[in-house]
Design a protein around this ligand. Structure first.
Ligand code: GLN
Length: 245
């Protein structure tokens, strides 16, 4: 078995070391004896072929970088939409999450999005920054991470990635964070999202393997004891004692 992962625009959308998430996807396949191929598509690449790609990763960026990347990204709007509608796995983080929607409205400009999701983002007054903990129904363990965004994302009736137990999420009083749609995971949690949340990483890998290999059933377990302990520590720190950090 093998899985092909594409890191989209790592030259611009890499705000908090998103490459670590790619490395996590790759390593958790290799440790199980599954081949993993990682390719990048940067602003300098002219051809765009995702026909044999299984997982696409779109990372976070500053408003300035999002403005630059958006024109290039929109050239591939149809291919990316078809990829998602056909069950391809797409992980979009922060700036990447915002770009999946209809638009990201800034004070002086509106950045058009890919319209893969019927959501929109507007810049708020203060940035929403800090640790965040979610309860998701797609995995057992709480999802832990860090958010830092000026945009507020309005997600309509989409299923969120999780209920916000601590932190802000999609917008100031959303009570929910991210979007799950088909095999898309879109979230404001950036930096080491997948190393911190190996169950989420495995969820993404399982979806991709199930789509590609009809007889695939389950991933072999890995020793995640340290990751589990780190996760418990963060959940206890921010959500223990009635959620008071
Ligand atoms: N530029 C976007 C915002 O501030 C996304 C930031 C990010 O990717 N961390 O809302």
């Amino acid at each position: 078995m093998n899985i092909k992962i594409m890191h989209l625009y790592p030259d611009l959308l890499n705000l908090y070391g998103d490459r670590g998430n790619i490395e996590c996807l790759r390593k958790r396949l290799i440790w199980r004896g599954i081949d993993a191929e990682v390719v990048t598509h940067t602003c300098d690449d002219t051809s765009f072929d995702i026909s044999d790609v299984d997982i696409i990763f779109l990372g976070g960026g500053s408003d300035r970088e999002q403005k630059i990347v958006c024109t290039r990204l929109l050239e591939h709007k149809k291919e990316l939409k078809d990829f998602v509608e056909n069950g391809g796995s797409l992980v979009a983080v922060c700036g990447g999450y915002q770009l999946l929607g209809k638009y990201y409205k800034l004070e002086d400009q509106t950045i058009p999005g890919l319209e893969i999701l019927d959501i929109y983002t507007e810049q708020g007054k203060k940035r929403l920054i800090g640790n965040i903990v979610l309860k998701s129904d797609i995995i057992d363990e709480e999802i832990v991470g860090f958010e830092n965004h000026g945009g507020r994302t309005y997600t309509g009736n989409y299923k969120p990635l999780g209920k916000t137990l601590y932190g802000h999420g999609n917008h100031d009083d959303a009570g929910a964070e991210g979007v799950v749609y088909k095999n898309v995971i879109a979230t404001y949690l950036h930096g080491p999202l997948l190393p911190k949340n190996p169950q989420l990483c495995d969820h993404i890998l399982k979806n991709a393997l199930k789509k590609k290999y009809k007889d695939f059933t389950e991933l072999d377990p890995l020793d995640d004891e340290l990751e589990h302990m780190a996760n418990r520590y963060i959940v206890e720190r921010f959500c223990g004692n009635g959620g008071k950090a």
